[in-house]
Design a protein around this ligand. Sequence first.
Ligand code: SAM
Ligand code: SF4
Ligand code: F3S
Length: 454
Amino acid sequence: MNEDLGRGRGVYISTYGCQMNENDTERMLSLLEMVNFVPVESPDKASLIIINSCSVREKPVHKVWSEAGKYKEMKAKNPDLKIGVGGCVAQQEKQKLLKDIPVLDFVFGTDAIDQLPEIVMRAYQTGEKQVSARFENDRPYSVETMVRNPGVSTFVNIMKGCDNFCTFCVVPFTRGRERSRDMKELLKDIKTLTDRGVKEVTLLGQNVNSYKSTCGADFGQLLKALAEDTEIQRIRYTTSHPKDFNQELVDISAKYRSKICDYIHLPAQSGNSEVLKRMNRGYTREEYLDKVRMIREGIPGVTLTTDLIVGFPGETEAQYEDTYTLLEEVRYENIYAFRYSPRPFTKAARYEDQLSEDEKQRRLQKLLDRQREISFELAKPLDGQTLDVLFENTTDVEGQIQGRSTQNKLVFAYGDKSLIGQTVPVKVLKAFPSVCRGEILVSGERGDTSRFLQ
Ligand code: SAM
Ligand code: SF4
Ligand code: F3S
């Protein structure tokens, strides 16, 4: 590989979609830095622009077209500029993207990230358009975690792909078959990260609780090994599939509660059993609620969040109401709710009884309005309570630092930068949904709160 490839050249990557994509962007930048590209903070300073795309709904797909359109003029002025698309739209559209968007020089799929420096080199050397979007489904998933400046908290991919084929979801087509990383490799990676000062990891996968190491260890055993055999202080994970969330996982979470965070994202998608069946989710409303009860009994005080889709094809008003009442019954801390968006290759896109966008929007708004009230109701009792906060960063406000509680609440407080990387008790001054302002209590001393009062 020509190490001079990136010398004097800046690289800019814009990232859409989930944490998986954020993590992939980090990997792309690490690989490009090895051939001496320098990351820059705006596209006009770059010689290489990459759009790391998402196709989970129609809206982020449009972003690829609109963002690439903005670079047309830049490309006309700068012949050295190369533009590529990676991520899920690249995997979905492959060479078709090159035809649709003439300004592009290369397209690379979700399994081609490690080839990125080579693809870019060929694009520069030959001047020809490049496509690399084949799945490597038969190869074991073995990668080294690559993070440039890991900081206090970082993502670690433990698996890739998805075999669930929910009828609305494009991910099995854009990320390929499910593959897990070996547990030994993960333990080694996480030990390296803790040596570099990392205190918290978020384990990533489309369906983390179907994790299976080559040695046979499942997700619960992975959590146990991380808690017992590494110095990591906090472990988060996303996303859990309700059908695979079992008592063993609850027991392990309870046993290692000092390390495994009190936060579970448990996507329901719908509160109606008939819709869930048509979505191919593998559970009924009652079974989902049973899982919620099992989790709350085993881990009292745990925070739950969810994903919901409204306006799935054929969803009646009564079926939608079942999703609405799920909010009342579970009382999630927060929800991520979406209007159903038909996706290529998926079964539900071919269902005939599609709902109008206006109707989907009405259902979504009503759900979000009710959740907002619930989130405020749940936040209120937090005022005056003490949370253990792992501080991660400074903020734009002079003297302020931010961190998260084990329940994933974002906490802002005034305090010394030396507290970054430490877990400190913080008294909540004012709690809002998802965030709060707090006062640091170190060894019984009061932190500075006066500036919140200004
Ligand atoms: N693997 C996770 C699971 O099983 O819950 C979900 C991953 S998906 C990338 C994130 C969320 O996007 C889903 O939980 C779902 O709510 C939403 N989503 C996926 N496909 C969608 C579609 N066609 N229309 C609207 N929302 C969709
Ligand atoms: Fe998509 Fe379902 Fe797989 Fe989640 S489990 S990524 S929603 S197919
Ligand atoms: Fe989007 Fe692909 Fe993630 S479709 S949500 S970037 S897995």
